[in-house]
Design a protein around this ligand. Structure first.
Ligand code: 5AD
Ligand code: FES
Length: 350
């Protein structure tokens, strides 16, 4: 039964493919409640009621890729393109530091205007200004050598969602220039270099099935990443997927719970996309087992332009102060935002 499989996952931290498919396909509301209570026990054990924060700096929305789901894909002529200057980025980091952020996530499209030296310089500058902070990069697929240079400059972590671990599904989401094989290779390279690595996927992307989700769970089991980012797919009006259905809150929460049991000490964000499909999506994500939130630190003037999907929250002027907003939200469910780098802590014997 689903209940037994949840217990098995909680004990063995792995399942077979057929078991994942069964678990996903037969889940009920009661199963979800049981899953979330197990997930919260693990979350409490490793993190107490603490929620880690990452300050997200979206420093360029220029991208060479053309992913069918993404609002900043290169063939969207309606995206207003921007790049932040180094000064702007540093000023985001400064206000972020003062607000209590101790991790900065530099995220951008695959913008070839930034040479390795530019990224290296950016990472060095931030690490010099804020030696007690972690720097996370999220700038897509690069060579082993490039990843090594950024790491040597002081980058601590790297986020690169694999998007789906199923070849056929990957082809439905991306044009031929991108390959799942290369995406996976990047993740293995990043791990080997010594980054704390995050992979992940959208929930409910077009063509996703319980089989492809089972593949995602098997891939995550194999990679053993330190972080996993998941959030619902949300259609963007200027993409080929404009007419597709969004992913659901319910399935996203269920998957968050499963990920907490799969890797109990995992860094697992309740994402902005989750907060976009439901007003209290991020709070519900934390109660399902997530333990990280990643509010936006980008200048308010560019936030609307980094529109990966429609109706993204925190892009209006209400959003000048996301940390305060999230603080209240977390306190409303008995959790607390902490001033901490929030590094992955390995646990022996898992
Ligand atoms: N809906 C939800 N998430 C999206 N992403 C990109 N486009 C969308 C969308 N339409 C996610 C991808 C990417 C991350 C930065 O944002 O998974 O890896
Ligand atoms: Fe950004 Fe609430 S978290 S406005």
């Amino acid at each position: 039964t689903v209940h037994e499989l949840i217990d098995k996952l909680n004990k063995e931290h792995a399942l077979k493919k057929e078991e994942w498919v069964f678990l996903l396909g037969h889940r009920t509301e009661e199963d979800a409640e049981y899953l979330f209570s197990c997930a919260r026990k693990q979350q409490q054990k490793y993190f107490g009621n603490c929620v880690y924060t990452r300050g997200l700096i979206e420093f360029t929305n220029i991208c060479r890729n053309d992913c069918y789901y993404c609002g900043i894909r290169k063939s969207n002529p309606n995206a207003e393109r921007y790049r932040l200057t180094t000064e702007q980025i540093l000023s985001c980091a400064k206000s972020g530091y003062e607000l209590g952020f101790r991790t900065f996530v530099l995220q951008g499209g695959e913008d070839l205007a930034y040479k390795d030296e530019d990224i290296v310089c950016l990472v060095r500058t931030i690490k010099e200004a804020y030696p007690d902070c972690a720097v996370t990069l999220s700038i897509g697929e690069k060579s082993y050598e490039s990843y090594q240079k950024y790491f040597d400059a002081g980058a601590d972590r790297y986020l690169l969602r694999h998007e789906t671990a199923d070849e056929v599904h990957y082809r439905k989401l991306h044009p031929a220039e991108l390959s799942l094989e290369h995406r996976k290779q990047c993740l293995y390279d990043l791990k080997e270099i010594g980054y704390q690595v995050g992979c992940g996927f959208m929930v409910g992307s077009p063509g996703q099935t319980y089989e492809t989700l089972a593949e995602d769970m098997l891939f995550i089991t194999k990679v053993q990443p330190q972080m996993v980012g998941i959030g619902p797919f949300i259609p963007h009006h200027d993409t080929p997927f404009r007419e597709e259905q969004a992913g659901t809150l319910e399935l996203t929460l269920f998957l968050l719970g499963l990920l907490r049991l799969l890797i109990p000490n995992l860094l697992l964000p309740a994402t902005t996309a989750l907060g976009t499909i439901a007003p209290t999506g991020r709070e519900q994500g934390i109660l399902a087992g997530a333990n990280v939130v990643m509010p936006n630190l980008s200048p308010v003037g560019v936030r609307k332009k980094y529109e990966l999907y429609d109706n993204k929250i925190c892009t209006g002027d209400e959003a000048a102060e996301c940390r305060g907003c999230l603080n209240r939200r977390m306190e409303s469910i008995g959790y607390e935002l902490v001033v901490d780098r929030g590094d992955f802590v390995p646990v022996s014997g898992l």
